[in-house]
Design a protein around this ligand. Structure first.
Ligand SMILES: NC(=O)C1=CN([C@@H]2O[C@H](COP(=O)(O)OP(=O)(O)OC[C@H]3O[C@@H](n4cnc5c(N)ncnc54)[C@H](OP(=O)(O)O)[C@@H]3O)[C@@H](O)[C@H]2O)C=CC1
Ligand SMILES: O=CCS(=O)(=O)O
Length: 240
């Protein structure tokens, strides 16, 4: 039997790219979304549609999903992974930085949910996987606005899970600690970047994007009547 369509936002690098490869290996047709289309296409995954979509644009997101569904059928899962981390302190962080984080990390997740949820409720099946962070459960230095976005992802996900439980739709929150990806490169303050890199070194290195991707696939591959509500995954030596 053909496997159903899985949509992944922010699939051009890091956790999203690793997740695309894991789901592709497991035989799922994919819709991969990000702004860097050349990175998506460069993975050369079969049974995969790649589209240049900024998750802050709900019309573009919806159009790409409609196009993919015409080829592969209804979306069975969306992995709302696109995100950015601009670490800083609120007394001097530029408003444009926290505006960008809230637009991508919070509103982008809402746009992803909105694009697939009505049909999932109607079909009484589907899985929404939101990539939050350990920074969605506790605070960290220089993370105030980023933590705000990830606490929001945790809250929205748990609220949504309760809203659609009786429709048979699963909502899963993934909360990684530090992962070796490009995420830190978005931060504009060199001192903060240096401190964060040293923190990762002190814990003997962060986990890899593949570790998170394997956890996402594991959660998704449970039977539809089993919902892994949250996975918190971090390096053993990550203390906070
Ligand atoms: N790395 C870590 O330590 C942790 C990461 N996370 C979360 O994991 C998720 C993935 O991050 P990670 O893989 O680490 O970092 P990367 O920077 O490697 O990946 C971020 C992805 O998000 C995409 N993205 C960013 N802005 C937009 C946008 N406006 N529209 C569409 N796509 C966008 C990027 O694609 P492009 O630039 O091509 O648009 C890229 O594919 C994020 O939500 C992050 O907060 C959570 C905990 C720990
Ligand atoms: O989301 C980012 C991971 S951490 O900085 O909170 O560990």
């Amino acid at each position: 039997m053909n496997k159903p369509l899985v949509v992944i936002t922010g699939a051009s690098s890091g956790i999203g790219a690793a997740t695309a490869k894991h789901f592709n290996n497991a035989g799922f047709p994919l819709l991969l979304l990000a702004r860097r289309i050349e990175q998506l296409e460069g993975m050369n995954l079969e049974n995969t549609l790649c589209r240049q979509v900024d998750v802050t644009n709900p019309e573009a997101l919806q159009a790409a999903i409609t196009e993919a569904e015409a080829i592969y059928g209804a979306t069975d899962a969306i992995i709302n992974n696109a995100g950015c981390m601009l670490l800083g302190q609120l007394h001097d962080q530029a408003p444009s930085e926290w505006q960008q984080m809230f637009a991508v990390n919070v509103q982008g997740v809402l746009h992803g949910i909105g694009a697939v949820l009505p049909a999932m409720k109607q079909r009484k099946a589907g899985t929404i996987i939101n990539i939050s962070s350990i920074a969605g459960r506790k605070t960290f230095p220089n993370h105030a606005a980023y933590c705000g976005t990830k606490f929001a992802v945790h809250a929205m996900s748990e609220n949504l899970r309760e809203e659609v439980a009786n429709d048979g739709v699963r909502v899963v929150t993934i909360a990684p600690g530090a992962v070796e990806t490009e995420l830190l490169s978005h931060t504009t303050c060199d001192e903060i970047k240096q401190g964060y890199s040293e923190w990762k070194e002190e814990m003997g290195g962060a986990i890899q994007a593949d570790d998170v991707a394997a956890a996402i696939l594991y959660a998704y591959q449970q039977p539809q009547n089993v919902c892994i509500r949250e996975i918190v995954i971090a390096a053993t030596r990550q203390e906070p």
